[in-house]
Design a protein around this ligand. Structure first.
Ligand code: SAH
Length: 415
């Protein structure tokens, strides 16, 4: 047990007893991981992380979850169905199950990939927890203070899976804004292992990348695009590749290794473009990467694309992987309009016969609407698309509930 865990509230022996509205109860029986405040008619006066048992009108067990009075997601469901005991063994079992699902990545004898998502929150039955691995550094990202009393158990379970050299804690923005529920924990805190003075290096399909687990976006790297990056590698030979919203150049290095004639990365963030340059440098041992000219521009994507169009710059493959455009249902229409605008801009710098790769990570925007919107924009631009492939999540990002699916990506050849 770590010393920093001494200050955390102990897991309470108390079990809250809850009744839900019919809508809430139905959702829980269907396996929904989130129970909203509007479905909980009576406040059981619990603390974040208390185990709350839901009973139906006949006092029968419906399920159990972690109570969170600080969020509109009042209960994060751990289990629904027949009664179970939630204890350390239960949490450890969930973590071991998640690890088993990634066994092909984790036990890769050639050690070609040691950056992967070990726990994908709700989709691995642990709602509100994401765990990413970057070589021997493990990053736990929490999305609710209901996990804080259970953090020692999570840490122990993770250490049992792999003897991580270092475990980093990340907290989402909502948690950071409620310091009184954090019990001294900080975003970016090293829970165990040596301090970190810079990025950590890890490998993805043999490519060396750096991740910034302490200060980077999300947990420091977008592992969810691994398979799509490999697809881009396979399509890049002999092409000038433009990677827009490049972050630290994930798609860019793959394109270079795939034999791209040149690679241009564009991202608004200066530190991200600097990291993209370093990621190229980390892979100079590979002559194909070393040979490929790479330019990283710290610029607004829309402005950069517009300038390239005007100056007549053209590419053979364009990747568009923007941040989430729709935060809520109300923003879906605006998001679709922004995706369409990006498609038009992307096509305006894509040479005839070039490949467009466009992704969306907005879970509010469903796959059908997204793909339809790209096709419509391309038709209107007089550049109809011939699909190569539609893709989604990689193996370490399983999807087990409706809102768990967010990533969609279209690979298409433009007229
Ligand atoms: N494709 C990346 C992940 C992209 S995440 C990968 O595979 O790793 C989205 C990125 O868009 C972030 O790096 C963010 O800095 C950048 N971004 C957000 N708004 C932008 C804008 N208006 N112009 C350019 N980049 C932007």
């Amino acid at each position: 047990m770590l010393e920093i865990f001494q200050a955390l509230p102990k897991v309470s022996e108390r079990r809250l007893s809850l009744r839900l509205t019919p809508a809430g109860e139905k959702k829980m029986r269907q396996g929904g991981p989130w129970i909203y405040d509007t479905w909980v008619p009576e406040d059981p006066m619990g603390l974040p992380g208390d185990l709350a048992v839901v009973f139906d009108g006949k006092k029968r067990f419906v399920g159990i979850g972690l109570w969170d009075p600080t969020s509109s997601i009042r209960l994060r469901v751990l289990h629904a169905g027949s009664p179970v005991k939630i204890d350390a063994a239960w949490f450890h079992g969930k973590l071991a199950g998640a690890a088993a699902l990634r066994a092909t990545l984790m036990d890769d004898p050639a050690h070609k990939t040691d950056g992967y998502r070990l726990v994908n929150g709700e989709n691995d039955g642990l709602p509100g927890v994401v765990v990413d691995a970057f070589a021997d550094t493990c990053v736990i990202k929490l999305y609710s203070p209901c996990w804080i009393p259970h953090l020692p158990v999570l840490w122990e379970g993770l250490m049992a899976i792999h003897g991580w050299e270092r475990v980093v804690l990340r907290l989402n923005r909502a948690m950071q804004s409620q310091p009184k529920h954090l019990h001294g924990l900080r975003d970016g805190q090293i829970l165990s292992g040596p301090e970190l003075s810079g990025p950590v290096l890890f490998r993805e399909n043999g490519i060396v990348f750096e991740a910034e687990p302490v200060i980077g976006q999300k947990t420091g790297f977008f592992l969810d695009q691994r398979d799509n990056r490999a697809r881009v590698e396979a399509l890049s030979r002999g092409r000038d590749v433009l990677n827009v919203f490049s972050y630290t150049g994930g798609f860019s290095v793959y394109a270079a290794r795939g034999g791209a004639k040149s690679v241009t990365s564009v991202d608004l963030s200066v530190p991200a473009t600097e990291a993209a340059r370093r990621n190229f440098a980390h892979n100079r041992f590979d002559p194909t990467v070393a040979r490929c000219p790479h330019e990283a521009l710290a610029q607004d994507a829309f402005v950069a694309l517009e300038e390239m169009r005007k100056t007549g710059k053209r590419f053979g493959l364009v990747v568009l992987d923007p941040p989430m455009f729709a935060q809520s249902r109300a923003e879906v229409e605006t998001a679709l309009a922004a995706y369409a605008r990006l498609t038009r801009l992307g096509l305006s710098v894509l040479a005839p016969g070039g490949v467009l790769v466009q992704a969306s990570c907005s879970n509010r925007v469903d796959a059908e609407s997204f793909f339809a919107c790209i096709h419509e924009a391309a038709r209107q631009a007089g550049r109809p698309l011939e699909e190569i492939e539609r893709t989604g999540h990689a193996l370490d990002h399983p999807v087990t509930f409706e809102q768990g699916s967010y990533l969609k990506c279209l690979f298409a050849k433009a007229a």
